[in-house]
Design a protein around this ligand. Structure first.
Ligand SMILES: Cc1cc2nc3c(=O)[nH]c(=O)nc-3n(C[C@H](O)[C@H](O)[C@H](O)COP(=O)(O)OP(=O)(O)OC[C@H]3O[C@@H](n4cnc5c(N)ncnc54)[C@H](O)[C@@H]3O)c2cc1C
Length: 488
């Protein structure tokens, strides 16, 4: 059989119109250098494609952003590996790098990435809530979620989690709590809202539990996520500061325009920008995307969660994994992650979500840090002021325009899949295209691999060269190195 070498394959180009064409292998432009984009680019590069990654920011990682300005790593975006197990698609990379994880919860915790092994909740006057009450309310919250399942079966129309809760309280007055118990229940709700980055009155009852949780619990990346993305990005042609404004889809290729007017052409494109960016229409598609794709972009929810990271001279708080402030409403509740337990650094991370996160994003960084510190002062009046702080702005940053996707009321869960399905030679990747693991780093990563495989098949089939290139998912998935986990 006449086997041609990869370099002999004739296809279109992947280069800026101002650059010379360097070789003649199949070509792809990847838009966005987050986990999804980098996974796709890595896989296609390793399958001998010519790949250019166009990234609007001056760094890779997207919603994974490890900051070193305190002199040690802290994550302003993702920090947990959800599903500390070998089935996690990221486990082989993390395992091989020998990166330690600090497990904050086991499977099926009512608080998702936490369990109640190590915590301290306080009321707004600084009185600690008795541990037995927190556990008891945790059981009530679990009963409410079970009842929510019954409400879901009964009503054909979708409704919000909040509406379902009012129906449950009418039917089961025994689950309605008063006084401090009510406030603790609001704190549980606040943590649920944090998981979805959205308020309970917008989260879909039909879909809220449709994502797949990998086993093994949730582990904090003790040294931050950056080493992982840096490893995946090594050797790739990544053009930072290239904000894409237009994508022209033609029969035989794509033409991508960036903000300063330069254009790039290739056989296909992988679009791995956040859902918020797609919603904002700041990237024009020519011709327009089909109606089913446009409505998937419009109908899927995008939530907001931020981090206000406070660095103190020394630890003055209890030796627990998280501190919480309970309140009359979930909006008034607070949550602080104690990084000292996992990393040894005197850092607390305040994490508002939903409307509260939106409101705080309107403040200056100084006011936001003060706001978080004021919440802390309420429960620990002798708290000393932070020596440094960092504030994220995932909702208003034009490179993200939201933190992660979630199901809003009245929309089907398959929107994630509709967002993923390619349109001709445009392939879509990113956390919001993951049916099973939306809103996560490993979800984003696996959609990048899926888009790469789809793209590889599509481009090579067109040129009748499918068997000349290796599949994009090679040894990475089969090599397994045990993960380094503390607090087993
Ligand atoms: C505060 C916070 C906490 C989180 N915590 C966790 C966690 O603990 N664990 C977890 O698994 N997940 C977590 N997540 C979610 C996780 O970070 C994301 O699901 C994941 O990183 C998304 O990856 P992505 O590749 O889909 O998108 P992104 O990482 O957002 O990558 C998209 C890239 O596209 C670029 N881009 C945007 N517009 C353009 C343009 N016009 N042209 C070119 N490039 C463009 C962006 O700059 C970005 O680099 C968290 C997210 C946030 C915000």
């Amino acid at each position: 059989m006449d086997k041609k070498s990869n370099s002999q394959v004739k296809t279109a180009l992947c280069y800026s119109t101002y650059e010379r064409r360097s070789s003649a292998s199949p070509s792809v432009i990847v838009i966005g250098a987050g986990f999804a984009g980098i996974a796709a680019a890595r896989a296609l590069h390793d399958a001998s494609f010519q790949v250019i990654v166009l990234e609007s920011r001056d760094r890779v990682g997207g919603r994974v952003h490890t900051d070193y300005s305190f002199g040690f790593p802290v994550d302003l975006g993702a920090s947990w590996l959800h599903g500390v197990c070998k089935e996690n698609p990221l486990a082989p990379v993390i395992g091989r790098l020998g990166l330690p994880l600090y497990r904050t919860s086991g499977d099926n915790s009512v608080l998702y990435d936490h369990d109640l092994e190590s915590y301290a909740l306080f009321d707004v006057d600084g009185n600690q809530v008795p541990q037995e009450l927190v556990s008891k309310v945790g059981e009530t919250f679990e009963s409410i979620l079970k009842e929510a399942n019954l409400v879901r079966q009964e009503f054909s129309e979708d409704m919000s989690i909040q509406r379902a809760m009012s129906i449950i309280f009418e039917r089961r007055p025994d689950l309605r709590l008063e006084g401090l118990g009510h406030k603790v229940l609001q704190w549980y709700l606040c943590r649920m809202e944090g998981w979805f980055a959205a308020d309970a009155d917008t989260i879909s009852l039909q879909c809220w539990d449709q994502e797949e949780l990998l086993p093994g619990g949730h582990g904090l990346m003790v040294r931050g996520y950056l080493p992982v993305i840096n490893t995946l990005a090594k050797g790739l042609d990544i053009r930072l500061g290239h904000r894409v404004t237009k994508i022209d889809r033609r029969y035989k290729g794509v033409k991508v325009t960036v903000e300063d007017g330069r254009t790039f052409i290739a056989d296909a494109a992988v679009i791995a920008v956040p859902l918020g960016v797609l919603k904002s229409n700041c990237i024009k598609f020519e011709p327009r995307l089909p109606a089913w794709k446009e409505s998937a972009i419009a109908d899927l929810g995008i939530g907001i969660e931020n981090k206000i990271i406070l660095h103190f001279e020394k630890v003055f708080w209890p030796k627990v994994e998280f501190l919480g402030v309970v309140s009359e409403t979930s909006y008034g509740c607070s949550y602080f992650l104690n990084l000292h337990k996992a990393t040894g650094h005197s850092v607390l991370v305040y994490m508002p979500a939903g409307q509260l996160a939106r409101d705080i994003e309107k403040m200056t960084d100084e006011a936001a840090a003060n706001f978080a510190f004021t919440q802390l002062k309420r429960i620990l009046p002798n708290a000393s002021s932070p020596i440094q702080y960092l504030v994220s702005h995932w909702g208003t940053d034009r490179n993200s325009l939201g933190s992660y996707s979630y199901d809003i009321v009245g929309q089907p869960h398959d929107l994630y899949e509709r967002l993923r399905i390619p349109v001709d030679n445009l392939f879509f990747a990113g956390e919001a295209t993951s049916m099973d693991y939306p809103g996560s780093v490993h979800g984003a990563y696996s959609t990048g691999l899926m888009a790469a495989e789809g793209c590889r098949t599509h481009v090579l089939e067109r040129y009748g060269e499918l068997d000349l290139f290796q599949p994009v998912m090679g040894e990475d998935v089969s090599v397994s190195v045990p993960l380094l986990i503390s607090r087993m």
